[in-house]
Design a protein around this ligand. Structure first.
Ligand code: GLC
Length: 574
């Protein structure tokens, strides 16, 4: 390969800013779709497959003849694509804490990615989240390293067993950044790229915390032979990870990672110096592939110039390119670049079955006074609340759009649909108007958070009426209370919210996290008692706003200090 061809392999452009002709002309190594991106022709699996093969065909015509890796954030199933099976987000899967379920989810996700041609998943996030104000909390399996040990390896094995490259992210300690209320923008409102965001903030941690808590997911990922590691936007003790010597000393040397180190979205722009200097710093720090959605061409030139001026050793470029090509050969993309998958793999019944099982295992029963649960199947249920009939709210961020959506139709089963499908077969009824309270035996209220992603989800208050909370939460609770009926509250959210002042009015309380497209079906399975609850909280549920960053790693952690401690969860038989 020429130096220009090598430099081309080391960059990743984003759909919309790079064309198949660009890939051919510049030997670009990878293309990706960012959150919410989809082919210009439409958003079906077939549209994606056609797009993939068009880019791949062009890559084969480049001077190097090398195929691309095509990446996407299929972080809870292939969420960009219409009608994908959407699994619970990771904070719920942490509550399920079932390694074999993770393997099945990894495999099912890989099948749906493969059905669209793509070959690289920017997942799993292995953050060990220490503060529930973090907008990415739902992407983490929770606060304990032990759950990372249990789940990460099997999920990655599930993905890669089907030849889809996995990515452990974001290296390292992205889940330990501190809340910085002083200059924190009004959380959850407009996405202000210039303001401080926790996911681009600073983790002030000791070596002990780094090794014993935040590195655990990477050890598991490397043991699973993960193909890629993505560097975090954030800093450690004031130093940006994208230029940090930890990439070389810790990730490559101590942990022995042999795969691709990829930068996060334009994150090298936060390094000191002009763009040329940022590229030199990042590549010399050990980054092999630059996720430069728009400036991929400048990045190629900066690498070539860097080598020609001696600023970047050519051995570093050779090392990066060999890691990239090793993955392309290992995943069979060189042998078979053009894909002809069975489109029936997409949203297959088996995948939805796995997702429904994951919902049942990820939902946590936190209160059940007077055994108001399980509901008799012929119950007359009054169903209220903003989350009662909204698959988009069940799905959360990274769904059809980057931020997720409660306004667009998201394919799946809502809680209303899930309850109705049981009630009608058993002589029960589901009423959705407050005026029908007199006909009902019980009221189910579904409240929670609106979808969000990354910095937009940062929230310093976490009350039921704060920025990421749905604006109709309190009204729904007031309506329910005014009926005088036994009250079951279901919270759809990426993380705990402050419910301390309301819980006394609730006979039953369920944390459903972000259950995804099969959320209504799986929750109905539990409410009507076809299955018992098994979920246990993978995080501490605070009683007060002072406890947002208190986890099991707090010295003399006392379970009674919190509304619900780490590991708490009831069964119907309790
Ligand atoms: C974002 C996220 C990262 C994601 C990438 C590509 O900045 O930090 O998790 O994989 O962009 O969408």
């Amino acid at each position: 390969l020429t130096l220009e061809e090598k430099a081309g392999q080391m960059v990743q452009g984003e759909l919309g800013y790079i064309t198949p002709d660009d890939v051919k002309a510049f030997n670009v190594g990878s293309v990706f779709c960012g959150g919410g991106q989809s082919p210009s022709t439409g958003n079906s699996a077939a549209d994606w497959l056609a797009m993939y093969n068009e880019f791949q065909q062009a890559a084969l015509g480049s001077s190097s003849g090398l195929p691309i890796l095509f990446g996407v954030d299929a972080v809870h199933g292939h969420g960009n694509v219409e009608s994908a099976t959407l699994f619970p987000h990771n904070s719920g899967l942490g509550a399920a804490n079932d390694p074999e379920l993770m393997y099945a989810i990894g495999q099912a996700t890989a099948k749906e990615i493969f059905a669209t041609g793509l070959d690289w998943n920017f997942s799993p996030c292995v953050a060990v989240a220490q503060d529930i104000r973090w907008g990415r909390y739902f992407e983490s399996f929770g606060e304990s390293a032990a759950i990372q040990e249990s789940l990460v390896k099997r999920y990655i094995e599930g993905l890669q067993q089907f030849n889809i490259s996995a990515t452990a992210k974001h290296f390292v300690a992205d889940g330990a950044t501190t809340w910085n209320k002083r200059n924190h923008r009004a959380s959850g409102t407009l996405y202000n790229p210039d303001a401080y965001k926790m996911d681009q903030g600073d983790a002030r941690i000791s070596q002990k915390e780094l090794h014993e808590i935040h590195l655990v997911g990477y050890r598991e990922a490397i043991a699973a032979d993960v193909d890629a590691v993505m560097i975090s936007h954030s800093s450690i003790n004031g130093v940006k990870l994208h230029g940090h010597e930890l990439i070389q000393s810790l990730l490559r040397s101590e942990l022995g990672f042999q795969g691709i180190v990829v930068s996060d979205y334009e994150s090298i722009h936060q390094l000191p110096g002009d763009f040329r200097e940022q590229v030199i710093r990042a590549v010399n720090a050990g980054i092999d592939m630059l996720m430069e959605p728009r400036r991929w061409k400048y990045a190629i030139n900066a690498i070539v110039e860097g080598v020609n001026t001696g600023a970047i050793p050519e051995e570093r470029v050779d090392d990066a390119v060999s890691r990239i090509l090793t993955v392309k050969f290992k995943r069979g993309i060189v042998e078979q670049p053009i894909k002809t998958p069975d489109l029936a793999l997409f949203n297959a019944e088996e995948n939805r079955r796995i997702a429904r099982e994951a919902v049942r295992k990820s939902v946590v029963l936190l209160k059940n006074e007077g055994n108001v649960l399980p509901l008799p199947k012929d119950s007359n249920v009054l169903l209220l609340g903003p989350g009662s009939d909204n698959v988009g709210m069940q799905a959360g961020g990274w769904t059809l759009t980057w931020q997720g959506t409660i306004h667009k139709e998201v394919k799946g089963t809502s809680i209303r649909q899930g309850l109705e499908s049981v009630a009608v077969e058993n002589g029960g009824n589901v009423y959705t108007s407050r005026d029908d309270a007199a006909k009902a035996d019980v009221v189910v209220v579904v409240i929670g958070e609106i979808p969000y992603a990354e910095g937009v989800g940062d929230n310093g208050r976490l009350t039921l009426d704060s920025a990421t909370a749905h604006k109709n939460n309190l009204q729904a609770l007031a309506d329910a209370k005014s009926t005088g009926l036994p009250t079951i509250v279901i919270l759809i959210s990426g993380r705990p919210l402050l419910v301390t002042n309301y819980i006394k009015d609730w006979d039953a309380f369920i944390a459903a996290f972000l259950p995804g497209s099969e959320g209504g079906a799986g929750i109905a399975d539990l409410l009507y008692g076809d299955y018992d609850f098994t979920g246990k909280l993978p995080m501490t549920w605070p009683k007060t706003a002072k406890q947002f960053s208190e986890t099991i790693y707090k010295r003399n952690y006392k379970e009674r200090d919190y509304l619900y401690p780490f590991g708490y969860g009831l069964q119907l038989t309790d």
